[in-house]
Unconditional design. Structure first.
Length: 265
């Protein structure tokens, strides 16, 4: 009896799940006339709603992530990928991550910032699980490294920043003053934790660049937002820009170390 139908069915189901989720996210984002995310839920997720909100252009990274997800679904249909135990373990988690992303957009469209925090935390947990799956075994080649490891690495790195921004917005939605006395210190502490998590991820991934690139991208746009939007804070801008630089430099150094000492980690 052939063993191919099982993997083929799983591959097709993954394509369907990701396609539906990406389509739902596209429609729900306001691209076809709906309410844009930065205007939904009373504008609580806009670029000047909190000190840790990235400026608008930061969200263009979603175009790269969605393109990567489409490329991944095509790649995992190929015969070699259907025989891969790595891809078999990844498929359900990949589909779940796309579905959760779509769910996040829809709950924000419905005006529930509290629910959005719950969804994005679960999404972050799923992406961490994906990171651990991909970390356990090297990709089969350059194409898999780009469309699978690269895509989900960017996805994880960006969602780390999005989670910080989402939780901060949630606090403001509950009545917290976004510019309370000493808020710069609080923002600095959060940014320090974000960098620490990013460096921990880089260490665990032996210097994988994609997560750090996406997180640094988000941090850089937080910095830009504090000098270009209505919520101006030179201190937070400096802290976020520095955090982005530290994370990138640290990740590069970790990667160099890993390449020089391949038997470690």
């Amino acid at each position: 009896m052939s063993k191919q139908p099982g993997p083929l069915v799983a591959s097709i189901l993954t394509v369907v799940a990701v396609a539906i989720a990406v389509a739902a996210a596209f429609i729900g984002s306001g691209a076809l006339g709906g309410t844009p995310i930065n205007e939904a839920a009373g504008g609580i997720l806009s670029e000047d709603s909190t000190p840790l909100a990235p400026a608008g252009p930061a969200f263009s990274i979603w175009s790269v992530i969605y393109t990567g997800l489409v490329a991944y679904t095509v790649h995992q249909l190929l015969p070699a990928a259907r025989r891969s135990s790595r891809q078999a373990e990844l498929r359900p988690w990949a589909a779940l991550s796309a579905a959760l992303n779509a769910a996040w957009i829809w709950v924000v469209q419905l005006g529930s910032v509290t629910a959005s925090v719950g969804v994005i935390i679960v999404l972050l947990a799923v992406l961490i699980r994906i990171f651990l799956i991909l970390r356990a075994e090297r990709p089969a080649g350059a194409v898999e490294a780009i469309v699978t490891d690269g895509t989900f690495g960017l996805y994880l790195g960006w969602v780390c920043v999005a989670t910080v921004a989402n939780i901060t917005a949630w606090g403001v939605s509950l009545g917290a003053d976004p510019t309370f006395t000493g808020y710069e210190y609080a923002a600095g502490a959060v940014l320090a934790v974000t960098v620490g998590i990013g460096l921990g991820t880089a260490w665990a991934g032996r210097g994988r660049l994609a997560p750090a690139l996406a997180t640094s991208w988000g941090l850089a746009w937080i910095a830009a937002g504090r000098v270009t939007t209505d919520l101006v804070s030179p201190a937070v801008a400096w802290l976020a820009g520095t955090a982005a630089g530290i994370l990138l430099l640290g990740t590069v150094l970790i990667r160099i170390r890993a390449e020089r000492r391949p038997g470690l980690g």
